[in-house]
Design a protein around this ligand. Structure first.
Ligand code: NAD
Length: 263
């Protein structure tokens, strides 16, 4: 069966877990071959890779590129081009979080968050654009966050990186506007993934709250719907952005946040 992305290739950074894995599976369901990327136990990564191939009858490879290393990011794009002939969709999604008061924020955590959550997108886009221009089609999607639009205390590096990615998205969209290449960012509210689960202990400490209080009074307090967003909902929006109906959506920052940033 022909899907929206049959014959195309998608590279999704940080796709061994959470939202990234949901993007990869959604694109594969639409017929794309997939370059997975991210950390994890080799056996777990192989299980996810193989299940994409079995479930959707496409091909998938894993690139171990570390998103703090520009050279490895370029190699990841080259792997996609070499293995499948093109990279048509790039999703910059890898991300980490660290929660701390500013005066105690470890400088090395700041550097890592800026590198993984922001600079990696610059390096990936730089590497993928020549091929997209040559073929006259491309979709670049950046996972931003509600924190690309509003701040929360104790997340200095993350909020800075996400505001940065929103600016990068707009700039790239303008540069590529006449090449049939769109660049957008998606800004989820809280999605229940390992990234959110892992920040709960530090938030408990920073705000002196229990786990239940963090979930109710910090996380879901921000979301008028009082529900988490799902990874699948975010992935469905990304897949829409890959279709012809989204050809005129570029430079947008699309919120999917249960009303958080409407307040
Ligand atoms: P996650 O922890 O489940 O997944 C993060 C992925 O990034 C993993 O595959 C991990 O291996 C990968 N990664 C981390 N460091 C890496 C590195 N140096 N090199 C390569 N890969 C690396 O997190 P998630 O919640 O799915 O987050 C995905 C994206 O969504 C992030 O950019 C995050 O900021 C954003 N986001 C998440 C939420 C949320 O509530 N979960 C909300 C808004 C935005």
């Amino acid at each position: 069966m022909m899907g929206t992305l049959t014959g195309k290739t998608a590279v999704v950074t940080g796709s061994t877990s959470g939202i990234g894995l949901a993007y990869a599976r959604a694109f594969a369901s639409a017929g794309a071959n997939i370059v997975l990327n991210g950390m994890g136990a080799p056996a777990d990564i192989e299980k996810e890779r193989a299940s994409i191939e079995v479930d959707f009858k496409v091909k998938a490879v894993h690139s171990p590129a570390d998103m703090t290393k520009p050279g490895e990011i370029a190699e990841m794009i080259a792997l996609g081009e070499k293995t499948f002939g093109s990279v048509d969709v790039l999703v910059n999604n890898a991300g980490i979080q660290f929660v701390s008061p500013i005066e105690e924020f470890p400088p090395e955590k700041w550097d890592a968050i800026i590198a993984i959550n922001l600079s990696s997108a610059f390096h990936g886009i730089r590497a993928v654009v020549p091929g997209m221009k040559k073929r006259g089609w491309g979709r670049i999607i950046n996972t931003a966050s509600a924190h690309s639009l509003v701040a929360s205390p104790f997340k200095a590096a993350y909020v800075s990186a996400k505001h940065g990615i929103a600016g990068l998205t707009k700039t790239v969209a303008l540069e590529l506007a006449t090449f049939k290449i769109t660049c957008n960012c998606i800004s989820p509210g809280y999605v229940w993934t390992p990234l959110v689960e892992k920040q709960i202990p530090d938030t408990m400490k920073a705000r002196n709250l229990t786990k239940e209080q963090v979930i109710r009074d910090v996380l879901l307090a921000a979301q008028p719907t009082k529900e988490f967003v799902t990874s699948e909902q975010v992935a469905a929006l990304a897949l829409f952005l890959c279709g012809d109906d989204a050809a005129q959506i570029t430079g947008a920052n699309l919120s999917i946040d249960g009303g958080w940033t409407a307040e």
